[in-house]
Design a protein around this ligand. Structure first.
Ligand code: ADP
Ligand code: MG
Length: 730
């Protein structure tokens, strides 16, 4: 009998009582402890004098460099605040290109040469650190001249205290760069892209309102995930090592009945969610909604939106918290985009918009007709940007795990299209076809725009199959993978929209110099954008085969795998875009590209090796064992002199099992060979493609044979936790 599988199932059946013990909401009101572990304005005011506080705030808001003295003051305040809350260590917290976060803890405590003992933390330590970062991916940026990586304080995101069991650590959000200042993380390029977009957006806003002096981008992510019991997780080598199931026959019942979506949340999961939310609230992460998702065992968590940099940090922190809190509840969180074949995968919808210091959401149609032209300007520039740079946006969400969603019969497709809903489609159609860009036309256009109903309240017009959808007052980017760092697609959005606005403004300026009025010039340009960007607009079913053909006719790209999608990063247009906007240097682009390829290769390499071991060490022995039992049975029946038809069925099963055993053996040998050939390639692109085109298909073949064996072999002998158990046993 397969011991580990049944022991795991037993463990779950005997679990009891631990579910609720971790949920402890101090005095029941979230507002009473929200942000209590964050060094926010309130904490700063308490621990710093007014002058220092004002200097720091000013430096943060203007992006200016903080003086050495002020840095010392902040460091001292942070240290006292953190120590008063029981923190003993501090760490520079950063986001290397591996996709998760990294930290190296140092103690406040130091021993002076004269033997005195004290707790120390000064401005220098706050501002810069040199973690031994040589093992973080750098795409060759460091090997050439300087091996070290440096972390530098990002004052725009507040420090916080992370509680891990009894220990408390002060975490300081930082960027991660080489000695020469090249970025080794997700954060620095995003901060640069925000600055670029901000400058472009302000100059456009000022055409309408001179009091606009600051534009931020906002991000509200929605995080999908699966939960499985820890015992089941440990009994599956693939979940343990790769975060997804590499084999497993579909369960007869999956998500067909839709009985999980928005259904009642199981008690145990509810306890986990509440515990997680409490941890989030202490750290100032404004999570608000929770519900079941489509797949059995799948859930979603979403916060209120925030300034993008903070939202990205919060999402990174959340993924870490999800895992830690899960362990307390003997649950494992699967952030992988596709843990189970045949049921929905997980994404991370990125709701993105821009807003001004005057409190205006630039993508809100609003109720002021006079300013609707401003909405239309930002709305159309975003669509035009996505139309022109769709391939780069697609590249930003490419990863080995997200390949199982995009383009793999799953929402959303790999073809980028923009959904805007019926109302706005009608508006654009009218503007395009019927309205002249003259004075009367402007009046007509404004009149039309003022009649846009309140889309923010109207949630009916939704298209769940669209990868990029306008949802009332923001664009929702649905291609982002559940395990990803949001910063990569946000960097691309900021840069492409920034670039688009720069070009828009330049054209507008030249028309206005030639004597055209502001509104006539805007209308003329936007009309052209409406016509040009039409191919990217699609309101239909993104899953359908028809759409693939239609999209090809429209000239839209469809790159369903990462190695091909990543190519867009290094196109001439992409290099020109990122270097001229100051977001990446060309060297950084090559380095980041290499890291993305390397991540892809390593993921597939681990999966392929794990699968090889699973079939050779677990599946084949089980199949052979059961086959022997059948063979014994056949021999015995023969010995008894019974007629052939009494063991005919057994013979059939033996033959079928043999077929699949032979096929697995052949495919595994072949997979090992092609993997060796792939590994021997020097060039990262060629290697990634070899994994994609040579190794991956063999993994799929092996899975097919193994899943057939699962159907044939005695349930008691089957060594892997089955899909029905993973999805329905709680
Ligand atoms: P759903 O897409 O699930 O129907 P909503 O449309 O209500 O849900 O909101 C989804 C997400 O959009 C939330 O996380 C919310 O914070 C975010 N969001 C709302 N307005 C904005 C905005 N102006 N900028 C960025 N994100 C926003
Ligand atoms: Mg959504």
């Amino acid at each position: 009998m397969s011991l580990s599988r049944f022991q795991a199932l037993d463990t779950i059946l005997n679990r009891s009582g631990f579910e609720l013990e971790y949920v402890d909401i101090p005095d029941g009101r979230i507002s009473s402890f929200f942000g209590c572990n964050v060094f926010n304005d309130e904490a700063m005011k308490e621990y710093m004098n007014e002058e220092a506080f004002n200097n720091v705030k000013l430096a943060i808001e203007s992006g200016a460099k903080l003086s050495r003295e002020d840095a010392d003051v902040v460091a001292d305040a942070m240290k006292r605040w953190a120590m008063d809350r029981g923190a003993t260590h501090y760490t520079h917290w950063f986001q290397p290109l591996t996709g998760r976060t990294a930290e190296k803890h140092d103690s406040f405590f130091t021993l002076k040469p004269d033997g005195t003992v004290l707790e120390e933390f000064d401005g220098d330590t706050l501002v810069q650190q040199e973690p031994d970062g040589s093992s973080f991916p750098g795409g060759g940026l460091r090997s050439t001249f300087e091996a070290r990586g440096y972390t530098a304080w990002d004052p725009s995101s507040p420090a916080f205290i992370l509680e891990v069991s009894e220990g408390k650590t002060l975490c300081i959000p930082t960027i991660f760069v080489t000695y020469g200042g090249d970025s080794l993380d997700y954060k620095l390029p995003m901060l640069k892209s925000q600055a670029y977009l901000e400058k472009a957006a302000i100059s456009v806003c000022q055409l309408f309102d001179e009091s606009v002096t600051k534009v931020i981008t906002t991000l509200g992510w929605e995080q999908e995930y699966f939960l499985v019991d820890e015992a089941l997780f440990h009994a599956r080598p693939d979940l343990l090592l790769t975060g997804r199931t590499l084999l497993g026959k579909h369960s007869p019942k999956g998500q067909q009945l839709d009985d999980h979506y928005f259904g009642s949340i199981p008690e145990r999961v509810y306890a986990y969610m509440r515990d997680l939310e409490t941890e989030c609230h202490k750290l100032g992460i404004p999570v608000r909604t929770r519900h079941n998702e489509v797949g059995p065992g799948q859930y979603e968590l979403a916060p209120m939106y925030e300034e993008s940099n903070l939202a990205v940090d919060h999402n990174q922190l959340l993924m870490d918290l999800m895992d830690r809190v899960g362990r307390r509840h003997k649950l494992r969180v699967l952030l992988h985009e596709k843990p189970f074949a045949g049921v929905n995968g997980s994404g991370k919808h990125n709701n993105w918009s821009m807003s001004t210091n005057t409190g205006r959401n630039l993508l809100s149609p609003g109720k002021q007709p006079g300013k609707n032209l401003l909405f239309l300007t930002f709305f159309m520039n975003t669509i035009q940007a996505v139309y022109r740079y769709a391939d780069i946006l697609r590249a930003s969400v490419a990863s080995a795990s997200n390949d199982h969603r995009l383009g793999a019969n799953e929402a959303p497709p790999a073809i980028i299209s923009v959904f805007i809903g019926q109302t706005l489609t009608e508006v654009l159609d009218k503007l395009e076809a019927g309205i002249d860009a003259d004075a009367a036309g402007v009046k007509e256009a404004l009149d039309l725009l003022s009649k846009i109903p309140n889309l923010e309240l109207d949630n009916t017009d939704r298209n769940r199959t669209s990868p990029f959808a306008f949802t009332g007052n923001k664009f929702e980017i649905r291609m982002v993978g559940s395990s990803m760092n949001c910063a990569a697609p946000m960097t691309v959005m900021n840069t492409i929209v920034g670039r688009q606005l720069v070009e828009f403004k330049a054209e507008l300026d030249s028309l206005m110099k030639g004597g055209t009025s502001r509104d006539e010039a805007i209308l003329a340009i936007l009309k052209r954008y409406i016509t040009e960007s039409k191919p990217i607009r699609f309101e239909g079913d993104g899953y359908s085969e028809d759409w693939k053909e239609e999209a090809a006719r429209r000239g839209l790209s469809n790159t369903p795998n990462t190695p091909d999608a990543l190519g867009a990063y290094l196109s001439k247009a992409s290099i020109e875009l990122f270097t001229s906007s100051g977001v990446f240097t060309e060297r950084e682009m090559h380095a980041h590209y290499d890291v993305m390829c390397e991540n892809y290769i390593l993921k597939l390499q681990i999966e392929s090796r794990t699968l090889g071991e699973m079939v050779v060490n677990h599946i084949l022995p089980a199949a052979i064992g059961y086959q022997s039992q059948l063979a014994d049975n056949i021999l015995k029946l023969k010995e008894l002199g019974l007629p052939e038809n009494t063991y005919e069925a057994q013979m059939d099963i033996v033959k079928l099992i043999s077929e699949n055993i032979v096929n697995i053996k052949l495919a595994v040998n072949q997979m090992t060979d092609v993997r060796k050939q792939a590994n021997a390639r020097e060039d990262a692109t060629a290697k990634a493609k070899a994994y994609c085109y040579d190794v991956k298909p063999l993994m799929e073949d092996i899975r097919t044979y193994a899943d057939r064996l699962e159907y044939l072999v005695d349930d008691r002998e089957w060594p892997m936790i089955k899909y029905r158990e993973l999805m329905f046993v709680r």
